[in-house]
Design a protein around this ligand. Structure first.
Ligand SMILES: Nc1ncnc2c1ncn2[C@@H]1O[C@H](COP(=O)(O)OP(=O)(O)OP(=O)(O)O)[C@@H](O)[C@H]1O
Ligand SMILES: [Mg+2]
Length: 718
């Protein structure tokens, strides 16, 4: 039992690593849950209690899976491919590849990412001659996915009303279309592999005796289907080891259920959860801030978290006049850190919404700092990459109608929309794939379509002789994509990305070289946006708080702490929504090891609109003694007689003091927070002065935007 892996762990961690039973580790951020899980795998193998092939490990992102594999190969002489470590989707894909026949899929089935899925739904609505105003494609998509994530099938679904009857019909047709084309969406990956196992006792027993040890990280974010999926692997003799933190559950909007934790304890007779209470990540000030925020949530399972890392620096709070100024401040700070010798790889800038990254990217670019945006437009989602992949997909699977539609006239080769419609109609009538229909086109379009068919056939021949990476390169050139982007004066970045795609193909190591293309295409659909094109270079990490889960950085800038943004406006109406936002904030704060900077702006451009947000209510939930306002004069707190109606109970008021005033009108200026006896609290968004008249426009928290004449309006500054 005295493995070297146990040295350096605290007693609770050691217990978790070595427990012979199924167990749930319930512990706060940075307490070593992921470390314990990884160490447990290494320990089980080293002690001879498990073989690498007997491990099933579920992580939340592909990046986390890769990190875990890298760590394990450093600890043990194992081939990481032997262990099944991956995301739910990645593992489901692996299962379906092995058993595609049992679920009626072709060996080369393709995975639709959400963009592809949306395109497939739009195409279907057109075929069914349904209006996408009556049936908005996104709504159809979330109906289908949401239902599948509950383990449902169109045949067993009980529609609640006429609209759902119609949606269910579309769903049934959509599934038929996917089958015909040999494609599978994300929700289907999980559901089909779940049905495969739950419906086949022999197969289930096979996997149960293979994977003696099942380990799950970030367990709080599993949904019902994922829970049921895991259960298929867990027979009487398997141990299931799950680690999680109810305070970090941030995917309720996608059906994640903290209730799974309670079920886990009873389903696996796991006894009491194992608690880890020491945080090894953050300074005590950072931890105190996180603890203070999350204490405002109800119904928590309850945990203790402490650190002996020392107080550390205060948490800095910066207020920018605009989002641009906020971004410049961060760029300036990052530059200063770099001058001090801090590696940019230790710096992260986090935000609530992807749309915020633009201003930040701009400022970092201007400052000449390298950065990497995660989870924005993923590498494999870029249009030029999708075009190239569509050629490969059509080579791998001629029935892939999505792929054919994308490239039949791209680059333009004189095949008009009417010809494409004709092909679609012919395919519908004969039940053929679009490819088969295209091969039979006659008449005026025969020449142009014929050229396309010849091209694909030529590429297919090339696929038989070329290595995979050579094939990718050949496809990009022979298809005309290279020439198309060369002719485009803004095409140079796209050309770079295309050659990066060739690089990705060169460095891709398939499990089965004969299947390199199919495996690569699956990888491209599942990859969660952490393609490290400029790997090796030290760069600042830009990501959403959701994407930052499980990660840690020495310095964290958390931006956009504004009402409407964080907490997000969609959460206002619903106390559960607000609690989820608070958990998100808890996740964000606990990413920081040593230095945390919070920032907000008084004006922000979002989705093409200028907003004048109030500072986030969450700022009020942080104990003031932990904070160091950088450019805000001391906050004067005074009691209010009546709290603003939208304010949560217990909200303290604060007197924001503004930076240099751009424009004063009758004692007020744009950006200022004011109150009105009838309309309540608001922010001045515009002002006009002329003659004896001065007017201001105020955006009231409750009453919306109003122009007020300053001669009559009883406005007062807050
Ligand atoms: N016993 C220990 N001694 C020293 N460092 C430790 C110990 N346990 C964990 N750590 C370190 O603490 C940090 C946080 O660990 P880890 O990421 O495993 O926490 P976690 O509980 O998974 O956090 P999160 O909830 O954010 O996912 C890591 O840098 C890890 O290496
Ligand atoms: Mg973790």
């Amino acid at each position: 039992m005295n493995s070297e892996f146990l040295a350096g762990l605290n007693p609770a961690q050691r217990e978790a690593v070595t427990t012979p039973h199924s167990a749930l580790v319930l512990a706060g951020a940075g307490s070593g849950k992921t470390r314990v899980l990884t160490t447990r795998i290494a320990w089980l193998i080293r002690e001879g209690l498990a073989s690498p092939a007997g491990i099933l490990g579920v992580t939340f992102t592909n990046k986390a899976a890769r990190e875990m594999q890298t760590r394990l190969t450093a600890m043990l002489p194992v081939n990481p491919k032997q262990m099944w470590i991956g995301t739910f989707h990645g593992l489901a894909n692996r299962l379906l590849r092995l058993h595609h026949r049992d679920v009626g899929l072709p060996a080369t089935f393709q995975i639709l990412d959400s963009q592809d899925q949306l395109a497939a739904i739009k195409r279907l609505l057109k075929t069914l001659q349904l209006s996408d105003e009556t049936y908005p494609p996104r709504q159809v998509m979330s109906f289908i996915n949401g239902s599948k994530e509950k383990g449902l099938r169109a045949d067993r679904f009980a529609p609640a009303d006429h609209f759902e009857v119609k949606l269910t019909e579309i769903w049934r047709e959509y599934d038929r279309q996917c089958r015909r084309e040999g494609v599978v969406d994300f929700a289907e990956l999980l559901l089909a592999s779940y049905e495969l196992l739950s419906g086949n006792t022999a197969l289930r027993q096979h996997y149960q005796s293979r994977f003696r040890h099942i380990l799950v990280d970030e367990f709080q974010d599993t949904n019902r289907l994922q829970y049921a999926w895991l259960k298929c692997f867990a027979g009487d003799d398997n141990t299931v080891f799950a680690v999680g933190d109810d305070d970090q559950s941030i995917y309720a909007f996608r059906g994640a259920e903290v209730g799974n934790m309670r079920d886990f304890l009873s389903d696996y007779a796991a006894g009491e959860p194992i608690r880890l209470e020491q945080n090894y990540r953050s300074t005590s000030r950072i931890l105190a801030a996180a603890n203070a925020v999350i204490a405002n949530n109800r119904g928590r399972l309850g945990k203790t978290l402490w650190t002996d890392a020392g107080e550390g620096e205060q948490i800095r709070v910066y207020r920018g006049w605009s989002d641009g100024e906020e971004a410049e401040f961060i760029a300036e700070e990052a530059r200063a850190l770099k001058r001090e010798g801090v590696s940019l790889a230790d710096v992260a800038v986090l935000y609530r919404s992807n749309a915020q990254s633009r201003a930040l990217e701009h400022a970092l670019f201007q400052a000449g700092l390298s950065y990497r945006v995660y989870g924005g437009l993923r590498f494999f989602e870029r249009q030029e990459i999708k075009h190239a992949l569509a050629y490969l997909r059509l080579l791998a699977n001629p029935a892939d109608d999505n792929a054919l539609l994308r490239i039949i006239n791209l680059p333009a080769r004189g095949i008009g929309a009417r010809t494409v419609d004709g092909i679609q109609m012919a395919a519908r009538d004969s039940g053929d794939s679009l490819w088969q229909a295209a091969c039979q086109v006659g008449g005026r379009a025969a020449a142009s379509v014929g050229r396309f068919v010849l091209l694909i056939e030529e590429l297919r021949t090339a696929a038989d002789t070329l290595g995979f990476a050579e094939l990718v390169s050949h496809v990009i050139d022979a298809s005309g994509l290279t020439a198309m982007y060369q002719a485009d004066k803004d095409g140079s970045e796209r050309l770079e990305n295309l050659s990066e795609l060739v690089n990705a193909a060169v460095s891709f190591v398939p499990d089965d070289p004969a299947q390199a293309m199919v495996e690569f295409l699956a990888h491209a659909s599942l990859e969660s946006g952490d393609h490290e094109a400029a790997a090796g270079e030290e760069a600042i990490t830009l990501m959403t708080v959701h994407a930052a889960k499980g990660l840690e950085f020495d310095s964290v800038f958390l931006t956009g702490l504004e009402e409407g943004l964080f907490p997000h406006e969609q959460s206002f109406a619903d106390p559960d929504g607000l609690e989820e936002e608070r958990r998100l904030l808890y996740v964000a704060i606990t990413r920081a090891r040593r230095r945390l900077t919070l920032s907000y702006a008084q004006t922000r451009m979002l989705h093409g609109q200028t907003r004048y947000p109030l500072p986030s209510r969450f700022l009020d939930e942080l104990p003031p003694e932990l904070l160091h306002p950088i450019n805000i004069e001391p906050v004067v707190r005074k009691p209010v007689e009546t709290a603003a109606p939208w304010a949560p109970t217990g909200r303290k008021t604060r007197t924001p003091v503004r930076t240099a005033a751009p424009e004063w009108v009758g004692g007020f200026r744009v950006g200022q927070t004011v109150t009105h006896p009838k309309f309540g609290l608001g922010v001045i968004t515009d002002a006009e002065a002329g003659g004896g008249e001065s007017r201001v426009e105020v955006n009231f928290q409750d009453a919306g935007r109003k122009w007020l004449d300053l001669r009559y309006a009883k406005l007062s500054a807050v």
